[in-house]
Design a protein. Sequence first.
Length: 224
Amino acid sequence: MTDAISVPLRSRRREKALAVQKLQHAVPAFGLMLAGTQAIRDGEHGFALALAVFEILTSAVLLVTMARALRAARRPASPHGAHPGHAGVDWVEIFAGFVLVAEALERWHLKHHIARPTILTAILTFGLGLSHGRLAAFRARRRALRVDDSGIYVGGRPFGAFRATWDELASIAIEKRYARIRTRTGRERRLDLDDLEGADEVRRALEGASGRLEELPGRGASVS
């Protein structure tokens, strides 16, 4: 019996793509900021003035938080395996929810119409922001390389993970950029090491698995 090894598989391209997706929140934020600024210039009072200030503040905070999130996505993972953007709360989503609330209030103020779809989207956005830590932990468990006595597990693909027992494995080839895990029936999983944060840790785990595979009768592995 040996200790199980679990290494997260964090794709740099995926992290950047997720960060860029948050830019969609910038469009309504800019619009509300302009609307709030115009309301103040027009000399609004009472609820209209309070709404204008709320629109400007929420939009500004959202844009600043988005900029910080994009910078964090460009930084490497910490030595303990946690990515800078994987906090317990996703503040971009939280402030995006407030922007949606401001948008709904703006529509109610101008048209006396309750924007139910916008309110529902705001509630869902708050939920995503508050549950970010749990969702990130769930994705981390799925997007991982695990090596144990039963074999190898490689997660991360949207349509099924790669699983193979030691008896099913044919080879583990570790090259400069790619690592390839093949089974005796021809199934293969390729890992782009250049795209992975903590690639050295992934490489060491695969080298350990390769050495273990070489010790099995009738099996072989290659490392280059």
